[in-house]
Design a protein around this ligand. Sequence first.
Ligand code: OGA
Ligand code: NI
Length: 363
Amino acid sequence: MAPLPISSIRVGKIEDVQELIKSKPNKVPERFIRAANERGGLVSLKTHFHQPIPVIDLSELSKPHTNDDFVFEILKLSQACEDWGFFQVINHGLEVDVVDDIEKVAKEFFEMPLEEKQKYPLEPGTVQGYGQAFIFSEDQKLDWCNMFALGVHPPSIRNPKLWPSKPARFSESLKGYSKEMRKLCKRLLTYIAISLGLKKERFEEMFGEAVQAVRMNYYPPCSSPDLVLGLSPHSDGSALTVLQQSKDSCVGLQILKDNTWVPVLPLPNALVINIGDTVEVLTNGKYKSVEHRAVTNRERERLTIVTFYAPNYEVEIEPMGELVDDETNPCKYRSYNHGDYSYHYVSNKLQGKKSLDFAKILN
Ligand code: OGA
Ligand code: NI
């Protein structure tokens, strides 16, 4: 996909957060300080008593489809996608080595000197490389985060210049990890199809050669976590997102539920899954692409490795006929080309669920 013309975008100086805290550990520059109603620390007390996001046990879903345990877990999954748009999966069967390894190389990458990381710069208007994406003006607030993002599949979306030669094992690990994540996403989409009463290959057949990207988010500690955000509120443009939190991860991800930011408490060996905009459209809004954000911690850093799985850019997206009923459940989204949607998504700043206005049918 063609990036935006770089020359037309003036983003001002984007300070590297890791460097910032090395030189001035107690200072939070103005450009990171959020307006009072956006701040990470402003979480209502209700949040702390909120029920946790659903947990889906994938070993139950490996059982024969006629088994009661399978049916029960599918119902849980369906409820999770409708009510939360988020769930954690346990017993996902991923090799511990694969999960550990990507975390290790990602950490090593972020710990390298800035000059090394800057060999893979994220240029304004693009979404791959090291830096901050989704910045389009000089006065836009910055996230308290360093990111490294890469297109992974199909190989045509890779930018080989941005695949780092250091750490030496990085590319190898990422390829191995992405292969496993691809299998997991395909598998999850079969369960999601079943939970909607569709045949299990429904998404796979529609998606063609699915597009897969990875973003590694490194959130350094912040001396005033209540003034900043690690990652601005947004919904994901993908069909499905898989988020891995580093093992010693503190709480950071929050999702908007009933107007309250609910923290996602990391579970050991679990992965966080969320429904992206594409599945919201395909299911005509039955399954929700929920707004989420990341907050920072005063003492501890946090690392997440996020896989975005989406249809091929060629695919036309519209609510699936099975889930639309002119009388009782009229079509809420227009049809569009997924490549156009991806372009729209990456050429606007992250702003809650605003991206989906692109497809909404307004009455
Ligand atoms: C993302 C995202 C949250 C986190 O990368 O899209 O929502 O906790 N990340 O890193
Ligand atoms: Ni996200």
